[in-house]
Ligand binder design. Structure first.
Ligand code: FAD
Length: 479
């Protein structure tokens, strides 16, 4: 007969929940791990799994000198001081220990790591790293630890079981949870509940409510619905940072799935990886940023200001024939996109349009024909003069050879910005700033912007998910 009283109840068996449950169990706690889907891993199945840590064994093995202070300064610089400095400090201080934990588990790092990665605003030191199979490499080394904890009887894993309520006594102290699983409704009792339920980047309604009506083009896991944050709020927690949103620069909608973007289909719009031959125009048909601007943060902020955060990537047949394709093969080896796939997309995918003239292309892309023609002419003049009004310097050739092409892209969401307010013990706090006794949160449930601010600070989601999870697992019974 399984117990229904636990030392620690962890809700959500994803990036943050797994290390929380494993570490608490390793310290002898009796843990319930509640997961609404039928499998463990959460966003680890999808994420690129980029991590960042200063002073790790990995950096030392490559002779890279780095410190948490430098990591902290970089993280605050990149977020322009819009993140929570106390939690960023905590995250960078434990990041190396987190990464070393993976190293000791024989984690398979990509051999080129650590590196300076330009897909997000760059750190000043090579401290970004990831596994050969993205987030799945993390799951590969963590899963056996979970299995051992289950085997030892310290973790009771409840799959296909959803938290439906948080129980508190009259003083607000946590007493347990209500859950709904295959066997119906159940109560789990215990003094400590950890919300590692992820974000809400697959919940368009909540996203619009907390992030000021920004349209949602999401790559997030469908389980990221925000229910854990909402229940935490109901228990007295406070949601913050929903407004600190910044899109990631450029994803293509999946055909037939409005608002959804496949991470593997992201176009390579990072000039440090591929210099652009194309121009980007907003829905008015106007360029809005130097396409080769070295700062992705600057490009993302420029995109944020465009109607519907949507733009068309415009190019001609000369660029198609002579430049490296800009979709496929840069983020992951097997994206399913090659030159033939791109050609096929122009036959059926509404985000891919081609026409024999710029005016006709404008019609197909629902852009104003005279504005797009003027935009292309101005760009072509800049190619000749060498001076671009937006400051672009890489202008290999004008856009003049038919047929012409347009690919529609959007500012996309990898993680949601808002989440529950926590203190540096990761206790969820109420309106007065006081901890709700026994209620903790980590991962995207505390808000992606809490550690990244209104920017994307590389690795500052996955690394603190793991680090804060381990910290909670170690400390929760002592606090
Ligand atoms: C495509 C993509 C690429 C990314 N790349 C990076 C990157 O390279 N580096 C980086 O730092 N960040 C990256 N991110 C963000 C980062 O991966 C996530 O923020 C992080 O993995 C979220 O972890 P989590 O533990 O908070 O949530 P998850 O890993 O999503 O886990 C939450 C779990 O809780 C479960 N759950 C939810 N509600 C309930 C409930 N009511 N009851 C029971 N269970 C529930 C869910 O089913 C899920 O299993 C990326 C995100 C995406 C989508």
């Amino acid at each position: 007969m399984k117990p229904d009283t636990y030392d620690v109840i962890v809700v959500g068996a994803g990036t943050a929940g797994l290390p929380t449950a494993i570490t608490a169990a390793e310290r002898g706690a009796n843990v319930a791990l509640v997961e609404k889907t039928g499998e463990v891993g959460g966003t680890l199945h999808l994420t690129a799994g980029q991590m960042s840590a200063a002073g790790s064994k990995l950096q030392a093995s490559k002779g890279i000198v780095d410190t948490p202070d430098s990591h902290f300064e970089d993280a605050m610089r990149i977020s322009k001081n819009t993140s929570d400095p106390e939690l960023v400090r905590l995250a960078v201080n434990i990041a190396a220990d987190t990464l070393d934990w993976l190293t000791d588990l024989d984690f398979e790092f990509d051999p080129d790591c650590p590196m300076i990665f330009y897909g997000h605003e760059a750190y000043s030191v090579a401290r970004t790293c990831w596994g050969i199979d993205g987030g799945r490499s993390i799951l590969k080394v963590v899963r056996p630890l979970l299995d051992a904890a289950i085997e030892s009887g310290n973790v009771d894993l409840m799959l296909s079981t959803e938290m439906t309520g948080i129980l508190q006594d009259e003083s607000g102290k946590i007493t347990g949870l209500t859950v709904r699983g295959r066997d119906g409704d159940q109560t789990l009792s215990g003094p400590n509940v950890v919300l590692t339920t992820g974000g809400y980047a697959s919940n368009a309604e909540l996203f619009a409510e907390w992030t000021s009506g920004v349209p949602l083009f999401s790559t997030a896991r469908e389980s990221s619905t925000g229910t854990g944050i909402l229940l935490g709020q109901k228990a007295g927690g406070v949601v913050r940072n929903g407004d600190k949103f910044l899109p990631t620069f450029g994803g293509i909608e999946i055909q037939g799935e409005p608002g959804r973007v496949d991470f593997n289909d992201l176009p390579n719009l990072t000039p440090q990886n591929r210099l652009p031959w194309e121009i980007y125009v907003n829905l008015k048909g106007e360029r809005f940023v130097a396409e080769d601007h070295p700062s992705v943060d600057a490009r993302e902020h420029a995109l944020m200001a465009q109607p519907e955060m949507t733009f068309w990537i415009i190019y001609d047949d000369n660029a198609r024939a002579n430049s490296e394709p800009f979709i496929g093969g840069w983020l992951t080896e097997d994206t399913g996109w090659n030159a033939d796939d791109i050609a096929k997309a122009f036959e059926s995918h509404p985000s891919f349009q081609t026409a024999p003239s710029i005016e006709l292309l404008a019609g197909k892309c629902a852009l104003d024909a005279s504005t797009l023609s003027a935009t292309v002419s101005t760009y072509n003049e800049a190619v000749v003069s060498g001076t671009d009004p937006l400051g672009r310097s890489h202008m290999p050739t004008n856009i003049a050879t038919a047929p012409f092409y347009g690919v529609k892209a959007h500012g996309i969401v990898l993680k949601s910005p808002g989440g529950l307010t926590v203190n540096t013990r990761l206790e969820v706090t109420d309106k007065a700033g006081a901890p709700i006794s026994g209620l903790y949160a980590a991962g995207e449930a505390i808000g992606g912007a809490t550690l990244s601010g209104q920017s994307f600070v590389g690795g500052m989601s996955v690394t603190p998910c793991l680090g804060f999870g381990r910290l909670l697992g170690r400390e929760i019974l002592q606090w």
